[in-house]
Design a protein around this ligand. Structure first.
Ligand SMILES: C[S@@+](CC[C@H](N)C(=O)[O-])C[C@H]1O[C@@H](n2cnc3c(N)ncnc32)[C@H](O)[C@@H]1O
Length: 293
């Protein structure tokens, strides 16, 4: 434990695989009680494997501040499908995005010293609604500064003095495993590969549309944003020969989020990819949490 270690009660909403707990550990903040609200059984399974003392509270709608001890830190990344530019922009009418208001309710009920809400980049009008409820403006951080993944996220927090992280200049080739079972596949000329800024994309004889699953990222650049969807979990890295590619391994996906080695092991690869895509870039969140006094 380093000299910044503190004892805290944490309430983590939409806790997923508990990236909040991993980030707190990374900055040496000792946790007294970690209360997690999550409904996905696979994410809960991974949390309990890594942090058996986590106190799981179930769905956020049933969590009552009056049933908890004094909370020092409230954290969460509410489901973002209704806000996301990638989604249908349903905003607060989408019941998944409306879960944000549960964060607001528990902020009022628990009155923590510090809070941190993470979410995707969204239309300014939605951002403003969140800012109004939380009383702070978001800080935009691209995980690319601390990892090999482009992932722009908004962080609303009252933790003071948060600045942009220093650019570690990590690229995809820095996080690749040297020995993997993933074989290299040729990109055939007839698939009409098109070389874009960060990746090559192709269209397999008109069967595909050059979307995420038919992209291979250049090793000397950044990977695109990992998501929880099946197609995105199929993204690939381009070989130096520029005409072959392979899938990323699950460990490489963990590294794109700066997660500890194999921390999602224990469920299927599909579940692992889903929770990694849903999760936080640990070093981006740790960069914010390290300012807790
Ligand atoms: C964007 S993810 C957040 C992931 C998390 N930050 C992590 O560290 O892995 C949103 C999470 O909210 C969870 N969720 C959805 N409905 C919920 C509810 N009613 N109560 C609690 N969690 C819920 C989902 O299962 C999902 O894991």
């Amino acid at each position: 434990m380093n000299d910044t270690a503190k004892i805290m009660n944490v309430l983590s909403l939409f806790d997923g695989m508990s990236c909040g707990q991993i980030a707190l550990e990374r900055v040496g903040i000792a946790i007294d009680n970690y209360f997690a609200s999550e409904v996905d059984k696979y994410a809960i399974q991974i949390t309990q494997k890594n942090y058996p003392k986590t106190q799981q509270l179930g769905t956020v709608t049933e969590v009552r501040g009056c049933d908890l001890p004094k909370i020092d830190l409230l954290i969460g990344g509410s489901p973002c499908q209704g806000f996301s530019f990638a989604g249908k922009q349903l905003n607060f009418d989408d019941p998944r995005s409306a879960l944000f208001f549960e964060f607001v309710r528990l902020l009022k009920e628990t009155k923590p010293k510090y809070f941190l809400l993470e979410n995707v980049r969204m239309k300014k009008e939605y951002q403003d609604i969140i800012s109004e409820h939380l009383g702070v403006k978001p800080i935009m951080i691209n995980s690319a500064l601390v990892s090999a993944q482009n992932r722009v996220r908004l962080y609303w927090t009252n933790i003071p003095n948060v600045t942009q992280p220093e650019d570690r200049k990590i690229t995809l080739k820095d996080i690749l495993e040297t020995e993997t079972d993933e074989g290299w596949n040729e990109i055939k000329k007839e698939w009409s590969p098109k070389f874009c800024k960060n990746y090559v994309q192709w269209d397999m004889n008109g069967k595909g549309n050059g979307s995420q699953s038919q992209r291979a990222y250049y090793g000397n650049g950044k990977h695109g944003t990992l998501t929880s969807s099946g197609a995105a979990s199929k993204t690939k890295v381009l070989h130096e020969d520029k005409m072959s590619y392979r899938r990323l391994t699950v460990v490489e996906r963990e590294r794109l989020q700066t997660l500890p080695y194999n921390c999602t092991r224990g469920v299927s690869n599909t579940q692992r990819c889903g929770m990694i895509g849903n999760g936080w870039t640990i070093d981006a969140v740790a960069h914010i949490l390290k300012n807790i006094k």
